[in-house]
Design a protein around this ligand. Sequence first.
Ligand SMILES: *[C@@H]1O[C@H](CO)[C@@H](O)[C@H](O)[C@H]1NC(C)=O
Ligand SMILES: *[C@@H]1O[C@H](CO)[C@@H](O)[C@H](O)[C@H]1NC(C)=O
Length: 468
Amino acid sequence: MMTFMASLREFIALLMVSTIVVSCVDGRFVVEKSSISVLSPYSLRSKHDSAIGNFGVPDYGGSMVGSVVYPSKGSSGCEPFEGDKPFKPRSSRPNILLLDRGECYFALKVWNGQQAGAAAVLVADNIDEPLITMDSPEANIDSDGYIEKIGIPSALIDRSFSESLKKALKDSEDVVVRLDWRESMPHPDERVEYEFWTNSNDECGTRCDEQMNFVKTFKGHAQILEKGGYTQFTPHYITWYCPQAFILSSQCKSQCINHGRYCAPDPEQDFGEGYQGKDVVFENLRQLCVHRVANESKRSWVWWDFVTDFHIRCSMKKKRYSKECAEDVMKSLDLPIEEIKRCMGDPEADKENQVLKTEQELQVGQGSRGDITILPTLVINNIQYRGKLARAAVLKAICAGFKETTDPPICLSGDLETNECLERNGGCWQDSKSNITACKDTYRGRVCECPMVNGVKYRGDGYTSCEA
Ligand SMILES: *[C@@H]1O[C@H](CO)[C@@H](O)[C@H](O)[C@H]1NC(C)=O
Ligand SMILES: *[C@@H]1O[C@H](CO)[C@@H](O)[C@H](O)[C@H]1NC(C)=O
């Protein structure tokens, strides 16, 4: 047993080495940024970069103007703030809470800030260094599930900039800043390309559950976007390769297909029991081929149905994770099984599989995108999405990827509304007798646009006049 465990550990270590080596050669981790401009006091007017936190909801495509507040007590934000929402705004301007780095997880600071009424949290770095991404801690420390409940944006700012903000606040100045995510998402044209790096394994705990919940809840949006030709979505799956010296080992034989070329870790981390890594790689390959084949017949969105149906009907938990079960799902979705089998090739063959080879090559970072090293990863217009993997947050980010005025209707729907129309009708035109209004909530903020009512188009500037 000892030697088996030792060699298992060694093998896993080797798998890690092979991916790390790949990332060190030409890949890197890209810190995604938003900008922050000081609007007042005048002496501090300037624009800075900030690093978007990898949790909560970054306001992709939008911006926020607020007053900076720095708590006199508990400035690390590691304890809940006393009182009833002490940072709830007293004027119409939201409060942006500045907290110090250190002593606890970034996400906990942001959660405490949100609970205390802050509209956004800035974390001040405590050393001079290039900006880093504030990541969320492993899900297993999050017993209260607060990470999922973070719904505000957050960003890390560098030490010297934060010192100047603190100094101005100490001198009792009113510090007003604009947080801006409009350039955080490239939006060059009327189509958004996005990729989701995932895994068909459903036994990896919270990470797997998180991925699947996202796929299930986002499916409807994804299919509308894809059917309308607004997006080009591509699913991806990470695989590893077996180091040459281990190809004939029992570990590689159970975790890999095509003679050690494509591997996945054993779902139960026990080679003797249950499903093996090679079952996972093979199912990942099937899901890739489902997408390829469906895409060729212009039904790319069927991937979303396949993956969710497979998860419900063929889970590992129910011991139904099998080729036969997958084929039943394909049949029910009217997918061409023979063509998909052809795409998958022979897992026993000692040769490359084009589909998986391409996946391995794409794992390495390119252009503005860093390496894919963790799952799940969502890449939109070739930049890595930061924020939580949740339906509305991701839709907002995708919507920010369209060139202005080319957003599909789903981006202008109530789903993403900012509720700015509720107050003074957003300053837009409104007919005083009927309730017809030109105010429309969108993820970019409100727009004033003359409406269409019962087939009658209203025309005008949307602010002071609209006529039928
Ligand atoms: C899907 O089809 C489009 C053309 O319709 C093509 O450009 C794209 O590369 C295809 N994607 C994949 C993953 O095969
Ligand atoms: C306008 O809204 C009010 C309350 O929201 C409602 O009572 C009234 O019937 C509406 N009028 C029309 C013409 O829809």
